[in-house]
Design a protein around this ligand. Structure first.
Ligand SMILES: NC(=O)c1ccc[n+]([C@@H]2O[C@H](COP(=O)([O-])OP(=O)(O)OC[C@H]3O[C@@H](n4cnc5c(N)ncnc54)[C@H](OP(=O)(O)O)[C@@H]3O)[C@@H](O)[C@H]2O)c1
Length: 381
């Protein structure tokens, strides 16, 4: 399997490739071989662990992944690393419960650590994947940055903008690659819609819906999300899609929240956004009903493009009541996320979804909460 092309490390950082050093690339068999080149000065300037990744890959070894968090979602990551990524290796796993983590690790022949600091310090762990509740992301992220290990953090990057900015600033200051797993960007229906919006004519507005069933287990552990609810947990997906699909920053936010009680996390959010170019967006996010509905609707003057990821369909509605509909083949977004992360690491190219993207999404969540609290629109810089 091939994860990336032979783009030089140095070139992607804007450095001229004068003095050259070998880089590496996945070959057909999934092993690694030397093919590319990069600027020697840049390589010297790389943090030790990206350099370590390069050294390892140069001698044909798969990248060692340390996975922190082995809950519902973390186990999906573990499965993909073990079964679908021949160029990567699950080196170690971590969760707080040793009773559950030890047998999981033993069955798969990987190391287990109940303390994330020990996993990060393990020299066989070259890159860190964080799939814990977001309340842990700041401490784990800063520790990985201190150890100079590239990291992938599940959405939301943090529970609030301040924590997100701290992680992003630290990673930037240390030149440690950081990707936020805004996994919906890899959804096949979203990709299909993105390819079609050019045919919709003058854009009028964007509507995004994400309604899932109630999750009382999450709300019982509200501290995991900094006391925040559905807006941070799943609303962050559609808030990020606004930036991704429009290619614009958001200028203004208005939000209305529903909470079952005054001190309880939000279960429904209705949001109106306006991008810097004045494009209106309407978002409907909730966990109040059974069943699942997830869709993006791009409303243009000539056509409406709808991507529905609950039914894996995309359709285009045009004049005269005509509708062109097609089924889209599902693809696991976690696998695509891991491939994009490892591919960028291996090429030395910028992360496809940056720490700053994750930070912006969390800042939009902050603005929504502020708007709901004050019942006023919030302007963003
Ligand atoms: N992109 C998506 O579509 C998507 C979907 C689902 C979830 N997620 C995100 O993925 C993350 C995890 O969600 P989940 O549903 O898997 O949660 P979960 O089932 O509650 O699992 C959380 C895991 O993190 C571990 N953990 C908690 N604190 C830790 C610490 N201090 N050190 C090490 N491990 C720790 C837990 O271990 P113990 O149980 O042993 O304490 C558990 O294994 C969340 O950020 C969530 O938003 C994203």
């Amino acid at each position: 399997m091939r994860l990336g092309a032979s783009v030089p490390w140095g070139a992607s950082h804007g450095h001229p490739c004068r003095t050259i050093t070998m880089a590496s690339q996945y070959c057909q068999s999934g092993a690694l071989r030397l093919t590319g080149w990069c600027h020697r000065g840049r390589l010297r300037g790389l943090p030790s662990s990206p350099r370590e990744v390069l050294r390892r890959t140069a001698v044909g070894q798969p990248i060692g992944i340390g996975l922190i968090g082995l809950g519902r979602h973390g186990r999906r990551y573990a499965k993909h690393v073990l079964e679908d990524l021949p160029g990567a290796r699950l080196a170690a796993v971590c969760r707080r419960s040793a009773a559950e983590g030890t047998p999981f690790a033993a069955e798969r022949g990987v190391r287990f650590y109940p303390d994330y600091r020990d996993l990060i310090a393990d020299p066989t762990v070259q890159t860190v994947v964080v799939v814990t509740p977001p309340i842990c992301a700041r401490a784990i992220g800063l520790e990985a940055v201190r150890a100079r290990k590239p990291l992938l953090i599940e959405k939301p990057l943090a529970t609030n903008g301040e924590e997100a900015r701290e992680i992003v600033r630290a990673a930037e200051a240390a030149s440690v690659p950081l990707m936020t797993a805004q996994t919906m960007r890899f959804d096949a229906t979203v990709a299909a819609l993105r390819a079609l919006v050019g045919a919709a004519g003058l854009r009028r507005y964007l509507s995004l819906t994400m309604r899932l069933e109630p999750r009382p287990d999450i709300w019982r552990r509200a501290a995991d999300y900094g006391g925040r609810g559905v807006l941070l947990e799943i609303g962050i997906h559609v808030l990020d899609l606004v930036r991704y699909l429009t290619g614009e920053e958001v200028a203004e936010v208005r939000c209305d929240l529903e909470r079952p009680g005054p001190d309880q996390p939000d279960v429904r959010a209705w949001i109106h956004l306006r991008t810097r170019a004045g494009f209106p967006c309407v978002l409907d996010v909730s966990r109040v009903s059974s069943g699942r509905v997830g869709r993006v609707e791009w409303v243009g003057a000539d056509a409406q493009i709808v991507a529905d990821w609950s039914t894996h369909t995309v359709w285009k509605a045009i004049g005269g009541g005509q509708v062109e509909q097609r089924q889209v083949e599902e693809r696991p977004t976690v696998l695509a996320t891991l491939q994009a992360f490892l591919g960028a690491l291996e090429r030395g190219s910028p992360m496809p979804i940056t720490g700053l993207d994750g930070q912006r999404a969390v800042e939009l969540v902050d603005a929504c909460y502020e708007s709901a609290e004050t019942s006023k629109p919030v302007k963003l810089g």
